[in-house]
Design a protein around this ligand. Structure first.
Ligand SMILES: NC(=O)c1ccc[n+]([C@@H]2O[C@H](COP(=O)([O-])OP(=O)(O)OC[C@H]3O[C@@H](n4cnc5c(N)ncnc54)[C@H](O)[C@@H]3O)[C@@H](O)[C@H]2O)c1
Length: 353
């Protein structure tokens, strides 16, 4: 036993963080925060965007004035619109919105023959086919070892070095560990978890619950209501996750309850801010425009609703959000419908039955 512990300690000591050449694709809030954090750890970092204006402005100001005001990009961060920079990368981080993951991965295929590790940080599902984003990347880049890096991590806080913990998950254990070893620092703690299905679904589905929590706030309801939405929301997230092959415990971890807590309670959450507007009576399309950035929960609601239907899983909060966002149901009537559902028990396996 003692030998086992010693050898495990030796192994983890061997996996000390090494300096790497990292390319981050997507220079929005999250991509930029990750660039700042990794550059401060001494890595060589390139931040890419397909948009000339975005890179021109960042090059000029060295600051994301709208998304990360006050965070100055260290001079070590190179900025580019050329995907050729990805050629020599030891680690590629995909930080584009879910809808752009496939097209970005496809563009990489034209350039990369032998991709090592790609860490995707977007949280969502592919529209239409409803597959996970790691599956999308694997389809486009079959030789890639894909990692999902997810958890409660607002860009605004990570960029400021506020202690944060996330999860690195992959079908390839060595790839998950490489991301852990490369990106972990005293402000950014990374755990590994082999359950990539649970990790990715947690990240995508919690955005639906953030929306619901926002709607509840927009309606002026209380802390009790939010606690109910979060807890019952977690329960339906796990129900769908398990039906799709995830482990229930993963939903009790950072990428499940952890991300749910942060996104349902923080003003940094765009999904929640969007929900608040909808709760206050702003039509969903207009609220999307007003937020003006990626609101992943809007499409995730559509995806979760469809998956629940396909799998025959009951997801009342998701269903209600779907009717509010896409079916014209008023938020107040939605809440009434949730509260007046037929009575039921709390846990899945009920001892009386
Ligand atoms: N912001 C956060 O705190 C945070 C934290 C964890 C995870 N995420 C996830 O990371 C992803 C990106 O979030 P964000 O907040 O950085 O979004 P964002 O809207 O701020 O930025 C996305 C960036 O992706 C690039 N992009 C946009 N459209 C593109 C396209 N069609 N093709 C290629 N590239 C494109 C652009 O550089 C853009 O700035 C989302 O899935 C989000 O859920 C965000």
């Amino acid at each position: 036993m003692a030998r086992k512990i010693k050898s495990a300690k030796r192994k983890s000591a061997q996996r000390v963080s090494k300096l790497a050449n990292i390319v981050i694709l997507g220079s929005g809030g999250w991509g930029t925060a990750l660039a700042v954090m990794t550059a401060k750890s001494g890595h060589s970092v390139t931040l890419w965007s397909p948009f000339e204006e975005e890179i021109a402005e960042l090059s000029q100001t060295r600051e994301h004035k709208k998304l990360l005001p006050g965070i100055i990009l260290p001079p070590e961060i190179a900025l580019t619109t050329s995907l050729d920079m990805a050629l020599g990368a030891e680690l590629l981080i995909l930080a584009v919105p879910s809808f752009a993951v496939r097209q970005t991965a496809r563009r990489l295929r034209e350039r990369l023959s032998d991709v090592t590790v790609i860490a995707n940080v977007a949280k969502g599902l592919e529209e239409g086919r409803l597959i996970r984003l790691s599956e999308v990347i694997e389809e486009e880049l079959p030789s890639a070892r894909v990692v999902a890096l997810s958890g409660p991590s607002h860009a605004e806080e990570v960029a400021r070095g506020i202690p944060t913990s996330v999860v690195s998950s992959s079908r390839h254990g060595s790839a998950a560990e490489l991301v852990q070893d490369t990106l972990m620092n005293p402000c950014f703690r990374i755990y590994t978890n082999p359950d990539i299905v649970g990790v990715e679904l947690g990240g995508a589905l919690k955005n639906v619950m953030a929306l619901a929590a926002g709607v509840s706030d927009g309606l002026g309801l209380g802390d009790n209501t939010k606690a109910m939405l979060m807890t019952r929301g977690l329960s339906e997230m796990a129900r769908l996750g398990v039906a799709m092959g995830a482990r229930r415990e993963t939903f009790a971890g950072l990428t499940g309850v952890g991300d749910l807590v942060v996104t349902c309670t923080s003003m940094h959450s765009r999904n929640r801010r969007f929900g608040i507007m909808v709760g206050e009576g702003v039509p969903p399309k207009e609220a999307l425009e007003r937020v003006g950035q990626t609101v992943e929960g809007y499409k995730a609601t559509l995806a979760a609703h469809e998956l629940a239907k396909r799998k025959g899983i009951e997801m009342p909060i998701t269903e209600c959000c779907h009717r509010v966002l896409y079916g014209g149901l008023s938020p107040r009537n939605g809440m009434y419908a949730l509260m007046t559902r037929p009575k039921t028990h709390e846990v899945e396996e009920h001892p009386w039955f």
